[in-house]
Structure formats: C-alpha cells, structure tokens
Design a protein around this ligand. Structure first.
Ligand SMILES: Cc1ncc(COP(=O)(O)O)c(C=O)c1O
Length: 396
C-alpha cells in the first residue's frame, strides 16, 4: 500500500500523430445522453446515422442458422465466405450492370469505415496529400493522418451543388495527392452527383494518377425515382477507382460491421495485404447473413426505403413548420439545413441537446466547411421526428 502511495507517477508519451488528431464527431454524446436520461429527460437522438429500423428477417435467420455450423466459427481470413463474394458480384451486376471478378475485384470489409481508413495505408506516406470533402465523413481525414499524410480539405458549398470543383484544386496539391475521396449521395449534405461529374472525376484521377475512393454507402437510400450510380459504371474507372458499399444503411445493419470494397484489382490486393496485419476477416456467420440480405434486396429494400421516405417527409415538413429552412433531400438518411441566423452549429446543437433533449449533428463537427449547417438523421419514427422539430422551435 505505502509503496503505491510513494511511487512516482509515470506516463508513456503518446505518438506525435495523435496530438493533432481531431475529436471524433459526437464522441461525447452517449455520456451526455445517459446523464440526461437519468434525470428523466426524454432524449430524441437524430445524431448518428444509426436507424432504429430492423434488419431483414432473412439476414437474422441466416446468422442463426450459420452459427450452428462449427466450420463457420473458424478464421475467415481475407478470402471470407466465397458465396458472399459471389453474391456481391451478382448484385453489382444486376444493380449497376458492372461485371466484377468476385475474387480479384471484391473484398469483404469489417464495415466500410474500416476499409476506408485502411485504404490510406496502401497509397499515402509522409509528404503525400489526399483530397477530402469538408464537411465529410471523418475517416477520410483520420485514415490520411494515421498513414502520415496530409488531408487537403475542400469546402462543399451550395453554390457548387456541394461538389468538389476539381479544376479549382491547386496544382501543387494535385501533384502530391494520392487519393481523392468522394461520397455521393453525400453525407452530410445529401447532395447527389450528376453522371457527368463522375465522368470528370474518373478523367481527373486517370490524368493525375490518383486513386478515386468512391464512398457509395448511401447508393440505395434514394427517393422519388432517383437511382444513384456506381463509379464503376464509368468507362476507365476499373483501373483507378475503388468503391465502398455497406450493409449498415441499406439493411439497417450498422452494428453487424459488414461491407465490401470493389474495383481496381491492384487496390483490392493492396487493401487485403494491409488488412492481413490488422484483422482476420469478418465473422463468417455475418458474411452468410449479409449474403442473405443481398439476396432479399428486391423483396425487402424498397419497403425500407419507403419507411425512410415517410420519415423524410415528416421531418422536413415539421422543420419547416417550426420555422427552419430545410430542403427535401433526394437521397441519404439526412436532412442538412442552415442554422438559424445569429447562431453557430455547435452552439445550436448543444442548446438543442441540453435544453430540448434533441441530438443533432453540428455541421462544423464534420469539418469547418460544415459551419452554418445542422444535420438531422432519419433514425427515429415519423412522430418522434416531428416532436424533435417542434421542440427546436423553442430555440429560434
Ligand atoms: C459516408 C459514409 N461512408 C461510410 C460509412 C460507414 O459505414 P459502416 O462503417 O457502418 O459500413 C458511413 C457511416 O455513417 C458514412 O456516412
């Protein structure tokens, strides 16, 4: 005892790279929510893109059945379940008309965040840059920093339809850039990219020998007849692009941690090499379940999208009635709307949480380019979304 009391306090210094690391968005919210709930506050959480809807019954049944087979408890390695890769290839072909080799051009991931973050280790080193949308999904920044590179953030502005204007990038940055991260339908702005933009992005990356990381996590959550494309539909993309897809949003399987990368065989092989040292593949039972989810796509996904559409209409209508200027998104599970005049995004979101029990994403938490906006996710039933919007009125 006395030994502990007299011992000098020692701490091991952290690596320099962690010192400049940004805080992860909403990282402190679960703790604040617990405290509010303990005080009896009825919290409505529209922060993370983590819907309360159920996954497809076919996925749950396949998971349960697979768990009874001892072979499914063994290491998956990067190969994973061959039938999963084949189901992904079949779906990519039927959904986008893109033909892929399931074993060379597809890789199972432990959630697409994992693959997105690890991709930088394949292409980025000291002195290299990546081109990153701001606001944007933070693993583009985090992966670059972990790999020792410099993220070059480009503000997404409404006057440019929330697209990165590739012609405006400084030549010096383009010269050092190794990866261009693009995400349409976009989190958080809900913007969609026209096909001509995809073509120009492929041409730009081919010309400058930059890997195009196309994050298509929201390709299936689209409304009013809009069908988001795959970058792999574009001529010439196969050599320079990798596309990320996830079960998290399409199938309400955020916690299952299952996704895939598809595209350039070289990039897929490089990512598998990195992942060999980090993970040993996603649980085979989860891969079996994901295969079943894909096979239930035609029967199940339209109803899920319809549930998000009803939520979208309810939330946008209620925000407008509350006096907030909310546009109607054509895709994603987010409504991206301006902060009321005279307030900033962090301040408004904090007041929404502490005074009204409503969790929103402050735009600036996703990069300084997001200042002036708030993001609300369609993660709760329509009546709760309407209730949340009504509570916000008190903050105007
Ligand atoms: C743009 C974008 N990409 C990728 C993901 C990652 O999803 P997951 O890691 O659950 O597959 C998300 C999740 O919020 C996202 O918003």
């Amino acid at each position: 005892m006395s030994d502990v009391a007299t011992r000098e306090k020692v701490s091991v210094p952290l690596a320099d790279r962690l010192l400049g690391f940004p805080a992860y968005p909403l990282a402190d919210v679960p703790q604040i929510k617990r405290e509010l709930s303990a005080r009896g506050v009825d919290v409505i959480d529209l922060g993370a893109g983590d819907a309360d809807l159920a996954p497809p019954p076919a996925a749950v049944a396949a998971l349960t059945a697979a768990a009874a087979d001892p072979a499914m408890s063994r290491y998956p390695f990067q190969l994973g379940l061959p039938a999963f890769r084949e189901a992904v290839a079949a779906w990519m072909q039927s959904r986008f008309g893109v033909r892929l080799d399931p074993f060379r051009e597809i890789l199972p991931l432990v959630g697409s965040k994992e693959g997105i973050a690890h991709l930088a280790f394949c292409y980025v080193g000291a002195g290299d840059a990546t081109i990153v949308p701001d606001p944007g999904y933070q693993p583009y920044v985090g992966g670059t920093l972990l790999a020792g590179g410099q993220p070059w953030t480009v503000p997404l502005r409404p006057e440019n339809d929330f697209l990165i204007v590739l012609e405006d990038l400084p030549a010096e940055v383009v010269r050092r850039a190794r990866v261009l991260y693009l995400n349409y339908p976009n989190n958080p702005t809900a913007a969609a990219a026209p096909r001509a933009y995809l073509e120009s992005a492929v041409a730009f990356c081919r010309e400058n020998r930059i890997l195009l990381a196309w994050d298509n996590a929201y390709s299936e959550i689209a409304f009013d007849g809009y069908r988001p494309p795959s970058i792999l539909e574009i001529e010439g993309a196969a050599e320079i692009a990798v596309e990320f897809h996830s079960f998290s949003k399409t199938y309400n399987m955020t916690g299952w941690r299952i996704a895939w990368a598809a595209g350039s065989a070289e990039a897929i092989a490089a990512l598998a090499r990195v992942k060999n040292f980090v993970d040993t593949g996603q649980f085979l039972c989860v891969q079996a379940a994901a295969r079943a989810a894909l096979e239930s796509y035609a029967a199940w996904v339209p109803g899920n999208v319809e549930a998000f559409r009803r939520r979208r209409d309810a939330l946008v209508g209620a925000l407008r009635s509350a006096g907030l200027d909310a546009p109607l998104p054509t895709a994603t599970m987010y409504v991206w709307f301006p902060v009321p005049p005279g307030q900033d995004s962090h301040g408004f979101a904090r007041r929404a949480l502490l005074e009204q029990g409503v969790v929103l994403m402050p735009g600036a938490a996703l990069g300084p380019g997001g200042e002036g906006y708030l993001r609300a996710a369609l993660t709760r039933p329509a009546e709760r979304l309407a209730e949340a919007a009504a509570r916000l009125r008190a903050l105007l």
